[in-house]
Design a protein around this ligand. Structure first.
Ligand code: NAD
Length: 403
């Protein structure tokens, strides 16, 4: 297909959100990718992927001349019709840290040109997009007339089977929003050509709040199923049997699986954005706090359970340290928290195996994934993250039982 070169798209931040988006948009448009991380740009230029959902083969589609180290190539920003921000928005002492977006925006500000559209994809607290961009943009442009501001939260689901198979995240309905009607038109024009289903939100703040609400919904429901897990464990009922049976109901129930806790850049973080906003409005959140508390408590409960089972065992293996199945992301991973706690047990020889995480650093020490020949060489194996490429039959057959 012939590329549309009238609309050059710039993507700032090529992480778990930005890189898949670049690959998708690159099918139709000329896309320039910017990242501050030199290693990532070098890897992309040598056609190597650093994201488990994306194969090296897919990277071939990106031209080296379109990949830039941010800071060094900012004049390229002026060439873009659309500037899409896919930057981190972590928590800093319980307040939303928007500094990555602000810093990048300040850097590119001198290179902004008339008739560009900014699209923010990061998860932010309600009100953040306009707070960050409007004041400075107004100094240089007429918003909605010769410059356009929009927001479209990302809903990508790393590790999901459809994503791994065909990078089909363009099928997920994309929320879009704009500061003015003309801003809405700009984002609709671009995103209807990239994504299959679009939902136009009534305003930017509605789109921002929706994204955070979706993650609160998940955090609260994961907390609920984990509370049920603790209770059913006491009652000697298998929670998985209960969830499976409840999942047969075609309405009023949504299946959430119990686990050792929550991780990643979204579920443990985004609900706290809303709590922070609520405090400003003198509202005390309840469900958000309870969900967050429960999702921390379940990791501690899991640790206590493991310790009570380990007793005098000497050699222990943790299977999976990523924060969820089939991805190479360890941010906020409960499995790492479990690993960290077990390290403190004197005389316990602790290894881990994760096909996606070759190594990680903890307390300034680097730990390496061990390829396991026979699970029987360990006294105890703990599946913390259920990657689908683990050989479960082999694990069950070889692992020692009840000793
Ligand atoms: N990971 C997910 O599953 C997911 C899903 C939906 C939404 N989000 C949201 O999307 C946003 C991005 O998340 P992510 O997981 O892609 O983060 P990430 O850390 O994987 O990617 C961010 C990228 O930005 C780069 N970067 C940082 N500062 C930069 C700068 N000044 N200029 C250029 N590049 C810079 C980093 O090097 C990194 O590659 C966050 O707000 C997150 O909450 C993430």
């Amino acid at each position: 297909m012939k590329l549309n070169t009238n609309k050059i798209i710039g993507i700032i931040g090529l992480g778990y959100v930005g890189l898949p988006l670049m690959l998708l948009a690159n099918k139709k448009y000329k896309v320039l990718g910017f990242d501050i991380n030199k290693k990532k740009i070098e890897m992309l230029k040598s056609k190597k992927s650093y994201i488990s959902d994306i194969s090296n083969k897919e990277i071939i589609a990106l031209k080296n001349e379109n990949l830039f180290l941010f800071n060094e190539n900012l004049e390229q920003i002026s060439k873009c019709k659309f500037l899409i921000f896919c930057l981190p928005t972590p928590l800093k002492k319980n307040y939303p840290d928007m500094s990555y977006i602000k810093k990048a925006f300040n850097k590119i500000y001198p290179y902004l040109k008339k008739n560009q559209t900014i699209i923010l994809e990061s998860s932010v607290y309600p009100g953040a997009t306009e707070e960050i961009f409007l004041k400075k943009l107004r100094k240089k442009f007429k918003l909605g007339k010769n410059y356009f501001l929009t927001y479209s939260p990302e809903r990508i689901d790393p590790g999901s089977p459809s994503l791994i198979k065909k990078l089909e995240f363009h099928n997920i309905t994309k929320l879009v929003s704009g500061h003015t009607k003309n801003c809405e038109k700009k984002i609709l024009n671009l995103y209807t050509s990239i994504f299959k289903n679009i939902y136009l939100c009534k305003s930017i703040i509605v789109a921002e709040t929706t994204k955070i609400f979706e993650n609160i919904f998940r955090a609260v429901n994961i907390g609920l199923v984990n509370e049920m897990k603790i209770l059913t464990d006491k009652m000697k009922i298998n929670i998985h049997d209960v969830v499976e049976a409840a999942g047969s109901k075609p309405f009023g129930f949504k299946k959430f699986s119990p686990g050792p806790g929550v991780g990643g850049h979204c579920i443990p973080i985004d609900p706290i954005f809303m709590k922070w906003v609520a405090n400003k409005h003198k509202h005390k959140t309840k469900f958000i706090d309870l969900g967050a508390k429960m999702n921390i408590q379940i990791t501690n409960w899991t640790i206590r359970k493991i310790i009570s089972l380990i007793k005098n065992k000497r050699k222990c293996l943790i299977l999976g340290v990523a924060y969820k199945a089939d991805i190479n992301d360890i941010r906020e991973s409960p499995s790492i928290k479990i690993f960290k706690r077990l390290l403190k047990i004197k005389k316990l020889d602790l290894d881990y195996y994760d096909p996606y995480i070759k190594n990680f650093t903890l307390n300034k020490k680097v730990f390496y994934s061990k390829k396991v020949k026979n699970y029987g060489s360990y006294d105890f194996s703990i599946i913390c993250t259920d990657h689908s490429n683990f050989n479960y039959k082999k694990i069950m057959k070889e692992s020692k039982k009840n000793n």
